[in-house]
Design a protein around this ligand. Sequence first.
Ligand SMILES: Cc1cc2nc3c(=O)[nH]c(=O)nc-3n(C[C@H](O)[C@H](O)[C@H](O)COP(=O)(O)OP(=O)(O)OC[C@H]3O[C@@H](n4cnc5c(N)ncnc54)[C@H](O)[C@@H]3O)c2cc1C
Length: 470
Amino acid sequence: MNTIKEAARETPVRGEYDVIVCGGGLGGVAAATAAARTGAKTLLIERNSFLGGVATAGMCCSIFNCYYTGGQSRRLATGGIAVEVADAMADATGYGRKWHNHKGHIIYDIERGKLVLQELVEQAGAELLLQAWTSGAIVEDGGVRGVIVESKSGREAIRAKVVVDATGDADVAMFAGASLHTQEKGLHSLCFRLGNVDVDAFVNYFRQNPNQFPDYMDVDWTLNEALAQYDECGTFLFPHGGGMQMDAFKQAKASGELPETIGIQDTTDACQMHALRQTGIVHVITGFTHFNGLNAGTITRSIADGRRMAFAVTDVYRRHIPGFANAFIAGTAANLGVRTSRYLDGDFVFTADMMTSGARQPDAVGRFVGYDGVVKHKGENAWGMQVCHDDSSDLPYRCLLPREVDGLLMGAGRSISTDDPFRLRVMVHTMVVGQGAGTAAGVASQQGGSVSSLNIETVQAELRKQGVTV
Ligand SMILES: Cc1cc2nc3c(=O)[nH]c(=O)nc-3n(C[C@H](O)[C@H](O)[C@H](O)COP(=O)(O)OP(=O)(O)OC[C@H]3O[C@@H](n4cnc5c(N)ncnc54)[C@H](O)[C@@H]3O)c2cc1C
């Protein structure tokens, strides 16, 4: 690679903390909140001007409801911050705790969601640093002891006893020299938001044409279950891949109105839609790009082509989908939605089998409900649906630990040490990972900063105080 040598420089130290969390997505929010609740002086650093990551900046606003076990058992198996966030999002969106009565995703108002997450962190006592990129790690005596940030204040160092990497892309681990894997062919989407949708008309179309709704596609539920949730909560999820099953999209594709691909975006008819009756807003996830999620040039092309795709797809909605005649694009996502990119190559590998076997772990720092992909829909190009297990599994502390450096923990579901980073990426799971990492970081900072020789019982006791079953 062609390189240049930069001049060595003195970097001012902005501050000192017990715990720094880099990345303010749902994982980072949970990590910072949990660390602060242990009493640690905590700083959360985020490159955007608000918290939430994919869940706000990525415009994906639907929490897959894997809080509850599947099958006949249906019981709430996840506790702690992940549940606090869903409850607070639902409160802010106007339907309170009614989501607990339903199997479907928890769909929320993104702008209110930004404030919900900010207040959660603030109330726990953590400090925030927004519009600041983490661009380096301070490594001393084999341990990460802070980070370098770039912001309007310039390039600064911030010291900490423990750092949690919740960037989702394992940026801090990469800067610190930890061994990592890269998902060479990820699956990414640029989401967008439509305003002025007559959501009742959209939903009523499926009441009258039930064969146009894809039962058991992407999610393990039916139109009747979706309608029951809409009637009680005012939220409606049209499942991912569902557009491909609708006659309107098939005809638009056959006539050439909707191209197969737009630049490097494909599957322009995949359309998952998250509809909110109260605001007339529908969020759309459609179109995919396929690369490792870390190439700045390809990220740029994905966003540029994704923006063109949003307008092309919206024209088709306006012409063919009931309720969308007067819809307009109220926004395209600030960040490309990256599902998986870089993740830890640790000594301990948390396998997909362990995630779905209901296994108990001696070093559990969280509990979650695993899921499998099961193909049940009969349509052309049908996708698997995510089916929740009827038992919960433990999250082992070991999968958060880099092999080479101390003082660093992974705090996002998709970047732990695993053989299947796609599985723990979803919102509930990343919050479980974040809370486990943040609590451990808080405890480690009080025990001298080593995350590799931590007293796990103390961490588990802290987690129980925070409402987590371990
Ligand atoms: C298109 C798409 C659709 C999805 N659909 C669903 C769904 O329907 N239901 C569901 O439950 N899950 C869904 N998921 C998965 C889920 O939304 C995300 O995986 C989850 O929100 C990720 O949260 P996170 O905190 O782990 O990572 P992220 O949300 O990626 O958070 C990482 C944060 O770190 C910040 N950051 C990154 N690098 C730096 C840096 N160097 N310095 C400072 N800040 C940095 C980012 O800005 C971001 O805020 C979807 C994901 C995508 C991409």
